[in-house]
Design a protein around this ligand. Structure first.
Ligand code: HEC
Ligand code: HEC
Length: 360
């Protein structure tokens, strides 16, 4: 018990210092320093410019350092697990085919790993939105006892003993000092470059007849009616936090509520992008569905509402729910419609992203 308390205290102290340096980064880095060329984002057509914080401009040297850190097992306490241990390129940087990842000490996590792309456009991070910036996000997996179980100061010492790292920190930040703030910034820079888009958006005319039919099922309010939450466009999500009725009792995992403490947030989770589903099974924050077919059957007959224990079911699903029978109202879609919808979802796969050497 005492041990746990000390850990909580320690974690509190680290969080406090981290927050302090996030709010007031001690070093302001000019956009281009002598050794630091700005990184040119090669955005797909239609992508808006990214909102990048002033204190962490994206530079070539910063991205290269972030990439090296992302794949380095030294980031974990026992040097066995890198970020890529749970975020693999062949799975669009989710954990391939796994419901729950194991941390570096062998503990099974309680949520499904998230794919990593287009993160520079999201406002909050993690299934429950516990991080407001990508820079801050990095801290959680590194120090979490169940994930990388690392002490940020020890990590900085470990890396600064390696000449190659010292020189890379020098190029990225103007001096060879290694500290956790810089580690987070470099990783955030690298993650902002992970951009993915659908190679076959509707206006390219590349969709097959079946995929196009599936697109109409996706839009049809009597059938799929998916687009309100997984908004059509570059990202295939609004990034909003929504309760989609996974649990009759949404306190099973209260999601966003754990962070905000607001009753109206119970059971809300970050709406995932529908890009790259081909690579990211299983699905949902708890990885409960192995196939897209299971996901669609869930939206057809499986989602839940309860006047007391799951009141926050989103109106876009509540309208398909019969409160008297306590069951979803059957939709007007055929077996063929469901097959077509799956074909459309699979068309949103960006193969060039999972093969891109920039992320290997
Ligand atoms: C032990 C497995 C594991 C490791 C190691 C790990 N992650 Fe994760 N990552 C997860 C899981 C699981 C989630 C979802 C957790 C949640 O929402 O509670 C996640 C979520 C994220 C997210 C949020 C994505 C979004 O769309 O909101 C980012 C970004 C991320 N991880 C980056 C990293 C980075 C960077 C590292 C290395 C410093 C790392 N992860 C190490 C398992 C891991
Ligand atoms: C009311 C909003 C809403 C509607 C309508 C909706 N979704 Fe979702 N969807 C979500 C949310 C929120 C999640 C994440 C839930 C979680 O894991 O807690 C999700 C998750 C998913 C996932 C899992 C993705 C992953 O990476 O794990 C798939 C696939 C999906 N939805 C497809 C669809 C399809 C297909 C439709 C239409 C039949 C649809 N959704 C309708 C909000 C919605």
């Amino acid at each position: 018990m005492k041990l746990i308390k000390t850990h909580i205290l320690l974690l509190g102290a680290v969080l406090f210092t981290l927050e302090a340096c996030m709010k007031d980064p001690e070093e302001k880095i000019p956009l281009s320093t002598a050794s630091d060329e700005a990184y040119e984002f090669n955005l797909p057509p239609g992508f808006p410019p990214m909102d990048i914080p002033d204190y962490n401009p994206t530079t070539k040297a910063g991205v290269a350092l972030g990439k090296k850190l992302f794949f380095d097992p030294l980031l974990s306490g026992n040097n066995t697990q890198s970020c890529a241990g749970c975020h693999q390129q062949n799975a669009a940087f989710a954990d391939s085919g796994i419901k729950f990842s194991r941390g570096s000490t062998g503990v099974l996590l309680q949520r499904n790993s998230m794919p990593l792309f287009n993160l520079g456009y999201a406002k909050l991070f993690f299934w429950d939105g516990k991080s407001k910036t990508l820079e801050e996000q990095v801290f959680h997996p590194v120090v979490s006892q169940n994930e990388m179980n690392q002490d940020p100061q020890k990590l900085s010492l470990e890396l600064s003993a390696i000449p190659e790292y010292r020189s890379m920190f020098g190029s990225a930040f103007g001096s060879e000092e290694v500290n956790f703030d810089r580690i987070s910034r470099a990783l955030a820079q690298f993650m902002r470059t992970m951009i993915s888009h659908s190679p076959k958006s509707v206006d390219t005319g590349l969709l097959s007849a079946q995929e196009l039919r599936g697109f109409y099922v996706f839009l049809d309010e009597q059938k799929g009616d998916c687009f309100h939450c997984h908004e059509l466009g570059n990202f295939m999500t609004t990034f909003e936090f929504i309760n989609n009725g996974l649990n009759l009792n949404s306190l099973v995992d209260a999601g966003l509520y754990n962070i905000t403490g607001k009753g109206t947030d119970i059971g809300k989770f970050k709406t995932p992008s529908l890009l790259n589903l081909k690579y990211t099974a299983p699905y949902m924050h708890d990885g409960r569905f192995k196939t897209l077919r299971e996901v669609i059957d869930f939206y057809d007959t499986g989602f839940q509402w309860h006047p007391i224990t799951n009141l926050n079911l989103d109106p876009n699903l509540l309208k398909h729910f019969d409160k008297t029978t306590q069951k979803p109202i059957p939709r007007k879609w055929s077996e063929q419609d469901k097959q077509d919808l799956i074909a459309f979802l699979l068309s949103l796969s960006d193969e060039s992203f999972i093969r891109d050497p920039a992320f290997k």
